[in-house]
Design a protein around this ligand. Structure first.
Ligand SMILES: CN(C)C(=N)NCCC[C@H](N)C(=O)O
Length: 257
């Protein structure tokens, strides 16, 4: 992993009004969330990542979850069309930022819907969760866009969690880890590794064998450390109250060079 550039977006003052679907709403401390977001950004910088900020989307409570309005693969950035109409304004300003970084821009079009949180990749293998935010029409469009880049797209039913990446993510060696109670079918991934805590299912790959994970998953971080992985943790409790995880707060831009 050579290029270490991450796109982030600072929290909206309306963050506390963000969507919750599968968990009960609990009050969000926005000031604490802003500090936690800065801690997340600092952790990326400490690990040698350059961080760029998307234009703020202050009118969008969930705008900080930048993983959802855009997906990047190789030199292509695909603007999403969320299954939650409240989140569609979050794509604003992203085409300009990504064009400036050398990306070609495409978009999921009506009747397709998709959130980036539903897209899990390992190399050119792409799994897309079909559920509350992403539909089959969206998957079909993404499959066409990515086929010219040599990637294979597989649709995965996702009925027990908000997004596919709420349930599973992939380790550097491609092992898919997840929290079984919210995974529709763990046999989708040979070698699936069950984690004991829900936030333990979420990893951001920082490069080499280093991972970024939530501080709310001590048993899982222990398990992964025992496998030889180097785990950096961040407290993102205020974002977790909004059904988010470490992956949602940045988009890692690995190409084009
Ligand atoms: C992988 N995950 C979970 C994400 N990429 N996004 C989380 C978005 C949370 C937001 N409140 C919502 O409900 O849309």
């Amino acid at each position: 992993m050579d290029r270490r550039l991450a796109l982030v977006r600072r929290p909206s003052p309306l963050l506390a009004d963000g969507l919750v679907t599968h968990i009960e709403r609990t009050p969000v401390d926005v000031d604490l969330a802003v500090r936690q977001w800065q801690g997340y950004v600092d952790a990326l910088v400490d690990q040698g990542w350059q961080v760029i900020e998307a234009p703020p989307a202050d009118a969008c409570p969930d705008g900080v979850f930048i993983e959802d309005p855009v997906f990047v693969h190789r030199d292509l950035a695909v603007l999403m069309r969320s299954g939650a109409p409240e989140r569609r304004g979050e794509t604003e300003g992203l085409a300009d930022v990504l064009t400036a970084q050398g990306y070609r821009i495409a978009a999921i079009e009506e009747p397709g819907t998709m959130d980036g949180g539903d897209i899990l990749t390992h190399g050119d293998q792409v799994w897309v969760g079909v559920g509350g935010r992403t539909n089959q029409a969206g998957v079909d469009q993404l499959a066409v866009l990515l086929s010219e880049l040599g990637a294979t797209v597989t649709a995965v039913p996702t009925t027990k969690a908000l997004h596919l990446k709420s349930a599973v993510t992939a380790l550097p060696d491609g092992t898919v880890i997840g929290y079984e109670p919210v995974v529709d079918d763990p046999t989708t991934w040979p070698g699936f590794l069950a984690m004991p805590e829900e936030p333990g299912a979420h990893v951001v790959l920082l490069g080499d064998d280093r991972l970024l994970m939530s501080a709310a998953a001590p048993e899982s971080t222990g398990l992964l450390a025992a496998r030889g992985l180097d785990v950096v943790t961040v407290d993102i409790s205020e974002f977790e109250k909004l059904e988010a995880c470490v992956t949602c707060l940045s988009v890692r831009l690995r190409g084009p060079a």
